[in-house]
Each structure stands twice: as structure tokens, then as C-alpha cells.
Design a protein around this ligand. Structure first.
Ligand code: ZN
Length: 104
């Protein structure tokens, strides 16, 4: 297992997780529920993290995350023909209904 991403913004972490899921990259979140918790953890220690189950996905995951962060994917966001949901350009399937992007 390997840590691939961490942010104090857990919505950003969730976005990365969703994006990896959409690309069929096995991953999971650690520290998801420690945000807002009380106790001895410093804020940094409590940051949620995205981990890959298998580091063979690392290079692809990093590239996808980089595209997600920079917004320099292969174009603008796209609209799902099935449910009308707007999807990030890096998503290959609709996050809402799993309709493949290629169906457009
Ligand atoms: Zn959809």
C-alpha cells in the first residue's frame, strides 16, 4: 500500500478518491473521520489521506491527480447524456450514474 494524496481539505481528498474510483484504481481513504475530532492529534496528523491498495497504480494515479489539480485534463467538463450531471474532464464515467463518457 502507498499513500498517494493528502490534504487538509477533505472534500479535495474525496474528489481524488472519486476520480480514482472512476478510473478503476483501487484506493481507500485513511483518517477520513479524524477531521474535527478532539484530542492530541495535530491538524496535520489528522489530514485525510488517499492510499492505493497497490503501488503499481502510482504513476497513473499521480498523473490523474495532477490533471485534477491543474484542471489541465483533456478538455472542459462534460455533461452526462444519461442523467445530465456535469463531470470533471478527468472522469471517464459519470460519477452520478456510471454512464461511460465514450457514450457521448
Ligand atoms: Zn450520469
Amino acid at each position: 500500500m502507498i499513500k498517494i494524496f493528502s490534504s487538509e481539505d477533505r472534500f479535495q481528498v474525496a474528489r481524488v478518491k472519486d476520480m480514482l474510483d472512476a478510473n478503476h484504481i483501487p484506493c481507500f481513504i485513511k483518517n477520513e473521520f479524524s477531521i474535527g475530532g478532539v484530542g492530541e492529534l495535530s491538524p496535520f496528523d489528522a489530514w485525510p489521506e488517499v492510499w492505493l491498495s497497490d503501488e503499481e497504480w502510482q504513476s497513473k494515479a499521480l498523473r490523474l491527480i495532477d490533471e485534477l489539480q491543474s484542471g489541465s485534463g483533456d478538455g472542459a467538463e462534460w455533461r452526462c447524456p444519461s442523467c445530465g450531471e456535469h463531470n470533471d474532464a478527468t472522469f471517464e464515467i459519470c460519477w452520478q450514474c456510471q454512464q461511460p463518457r465514450s457514450a457521448t
